[in-house]
Design a binder for this molecule. Structure first.
Ligand SMILES: CC(C)(COP(=O)(O)OP(=O)(O)OC[C@H]1O[C@@H](n2cnc3c(N)ncnc32)[C@H](O)[C@@H]1OP(=O)(O)O)[C@@H](O)C(=O)NCCC(=O)NCCS
Length: 161
């Protein structure tokens, strides 16, 4: 069984393992976090928790029964009830609907728990899996934007209805 939990200090070791073990896999689709991220992971983690405490972001990890992180599902840059969504799933768990399930859970939290009214998610055009997950969870493509020099499709999910 997989459980979505709001990020805490105690998740740090499992999250570091997740990022390190999947670093090469993630770098094939999204920008690599860089060596500094891994060297200063404790500081990065503390900074995330501080942002979360201020209500700017809501971070989540999806855990398996052994407490291993199999995915992360983050809402960031919350302004006026609108947040951006980002997600990633471990290579070993990919292709089994884990991202779809995690996104659905985070949408429910965004609507019910955090009272957000709209989510935005940008997926690179070349990232077919990410776009498929967004489509399957109700996001609507609204146009193209550029992120980090890559053409992306912007997706929006209205939570107010
Ligand atoms: C994108 C990612 C989160 C998907 O995770 P996942 O758990 O494998 O996703 P799911 O199994 O829930 O769904 C994947 C869907 O993509 C589809 N898919 C996979 N590869 C695809 C491709 N190249 N083109 C189109 N669709 C593709 C699958 O068929 C599936 O759709 P379906 O259920 O309708 O068949 C994962 O690959 C990942 O973490 N990648 C690296 C980080 C990343 O790209 N994050 C997203 C940034 S916006």
């Amino acid at each position: 069984m997989l459980t979505l939990e709001r990020l805490t200090e105690g998740h740090a070791p499992a999250l570091l393992s997740f990022e390190a073990e999947n670093r090469a896999y993630f770098a094939r689709s999204v920008r690599d976090r860089g060596d500094e991220y891994f060297l200063h992971f404790a500081d990065q983690h503390a900074a995330l928790l501080a942002e979360q405490a201020e209500g700017i972001c809501h971070f989540h990890v999806l855990l398996d029964d052994d407490g291993r992180v199999v995915g992360r599902f983050n809402l960031f840059d919350v302004v006026d009830g609108v947040a951006e969504l980002g997600f990633r799933v471990a290579e070993a768990s990919s292709g089994r609907g884990v991202a779809r399930a995690g996104v659905r859970q985070v949408i429910a939290l965004a609507r019910g728990g955090y009272g957000l009214v709209r989510l935005i998610a940008d997926a690179e055009i070349r990232n077919g899996a990410s776009r498929a997950v967004l489509r399957a969870t109700g996001f609507v493509p609204v146009g193209e934007v550029e992120r980090g020099g890559q053409p992306c499709v912007r997706h929006v999910l209205d939570l107010s209805g």
